[in-house]
Design a protein around this ligand. Structure first.
Ligand code: AMP
Length: 475
């Protein structure tokens, strides 16, 4: 018997969680009849793909504009890459990593992020010898065993840009701009939160002061933050618990602990952001969760997300990571990652209209076996035309069903080949909005489609082109 489990927290109201938990039977096992996605992971269905496609297209364009080359790294990496790179004591590695031993006893992990992998690739392929910086663009799924809730999944998608081998603060500013441009070009308004956590020296001094401050208030901290006091005190500043939030206002601020070099670097970044007229806020409380960051760090918050609960992306400088992962020399670097899931959710929330790039313009219908064979060949020719897109359903015989589908697909024109037209060497071309159709020479189908679609464009999308008035019924 299937037991319905009521979601315990608000966030678990999402359809995904409910569907999965609904399938759990009394003994805590899933129904044997149906297999569903793993908790926190989801399918992205064809009807939703246009949003994802739009984001990927903008990311690809930005990468090309700024000269970042695509890199694909494996989803599985040695656990050690993240333990060493991201940091053993970080939440991402300590609590959230999907890690396991494979059949050969190798310790592997599903990547929780991609910067460490890109740096591994840079070192492994000796890219230190190339002209610097080497600029990478990536996109793909990441995996973190977090508590699933809105905006937080266990498999989520990121795209990102990494530039390795350059210390100039102009690079930091340009990367910050690239992330902001990605959102802006999608129609999402965001504010950049920017901070500097300095080099390891500055950070050590700051950490000591921070621990001193929070030790004196430890009774007021949440349980997690009390633990963070010894493991990762900077993360206390990130905590969203109300009590911890209140305490941070009086806490020491990292900018006061920057040495001259780090301060100079940060001031330059800010100067460039001003010059570019970017909307940013100096936010001394963003610290980012990963150990490798040095100097500039930043996040993108949508304008209505005052507390950064659902940052759309973030990044920073990581000057020590290449050496840490086996690089021969100190190699400065900077990068960012944007979260596709949250970007897509935001696009839907603000009702952004996304044109379906694969929207067909023309449908080809047929009646009878001989006509079917003839338009199958025509379709192969027309589908290669780059200025319009053609759809068909040759597996359907009824004209009514075919026209219903053409209507559903919202095509502008339908070509119909019946027995009579087959015999005459003609084909009908039907304007779907006005229901008016005309007989044309079969061999002129391509030109006629083009001519009529052009008229559509000129007249505005909703005005059907003028044709000889001739109507048929739909069956
Ligand atoms: P991070 O690597 O933690 O800096 O994350 C960069 C961006 O990835 C965040 O700003 C989010 O947009 C997205 N992101 C991180 N973790 C998740 C998650 N569990 N689910 C969905 N998106 C995420």
């Amino acid at each position: 018997m299937v037991k319905k489990v009521t979601p315990k927290n608000n966030s678990a109201k999402s359809g995904l969680i409910k569907t999965e938990e609904d399938k759990i039977n009394k003994r805590g096992r899933r129904s044997t009849r149906e297999i569903v996605t793993v908790t926190g992971m989801r399918d992205i269905l064809p009807q939703d793909q246009r949003y994802w496609h739009a984001v990927k297209k903008v990311a690809e364009k930005i990468a090309a504009d700024y000269g970042y080359g695509l890199i694909d790294t494996p989803v599985l990496e040695p656990v050690d890459l993240f333990v060493r790179g991201v940091g053993k004591q970080t939440e991402v590695v300590e609590k959230e990593m999907f890690a396991f031993k494979d059949q050969a006893g190798d310790e592997l992990a599903l990547r929780p992020e991609a910067t460490a992998s890109v740096v591994r690739a840079y070192v492994q392929h000796g890219m230190l010898n190339q002209s610097q910086p080497v600029k990478f663009f990536y996109q793909g799924p990441m995996f973190r065993h977090e508590k699933p809730q809105s905006g937080r999944h266990r498999q989520f998608f990121q795209f990102g840009f990494e530039a390795i081998g350059e210390a100039n603060p102009a690079l930091d500013a340009q990367l910050i701009l690239m992330g902001w441009n990605s959102l802006n070009e999608l129609g999402i308004e965001s504010v950049i939160q920017v901070n500097s956590i300095g080099c390891p020296n500055c950070r050590d001094n700051y950490r000591k002061e921070l621990v001193k401050y929070y030790r004196s208030k430890s009774k007021l901290l949440c349980e997690n933050c009390r633990k963070r006091l010894t493991t990762n005190p900077l993360r206390i500043l990130d905590c969203k618990e109300e009590e911890c939030q209140k305490l941070k206002d009086e806490s020491p601020q990292v900018l006061d602990y920057l040495d001259d070099d780090c301060k100079k670097h940060f001031m330059k970044v800010i100067e460039y952001l001003d010059e570019l007229d970017l909307p940013y806020v100096l936010n001394p409380f963003i610290v980012r969760g990963l150990d490798y960051y040095t100097k500039t760090i930043f996040e993108y918050w949508s304008t209505d997300d005052q507390e950064g609960k659902n940052a759309l992306g973030g990044g920073g400088r990581y000057d020590g990571l290449v050496k840490l992962l086996g690089g021969r020399e100190e190699t400065p670097a900077c990068g960012l990652a944007m979260g596709l899931d949250r970007i897509v959710a935001k696009m839907r929330e603000i009702d952004l209209e996304i044109k379906d790039e694969f929207q067909p313009d023309v449908f080809i219908a047929q009646i009878g076996e001989a006509a079917k064979k003839k338009v199958m060949v025509l379709y192969e020719k027309l589908r290669q035309c780059e200025d319009f897109r053609v759809a068909q359903a040759f597996y359907k015989d009824s004209l009514k069903n075919q026209l219903d589908l053409a209507n559903k697909l919202k095509v502008k024109l339908t070509l119909i080949l019946g027995q009579k037209e087959f015999g005459d060497g003609t084909i009908l071309i039907r304007d779907m909005e006005g229901g008016i159709q005309e007989e044309i020479n079969f061999s002129r189908a391509e030109q006629e489609i083009r001519k009529r679609l052009l008229k559509y464009k000129e007249n505005g999308a909703n005005v059907p082109p003028e044709t000889n008035k001739l109507k048929i019924d739909n069956n």
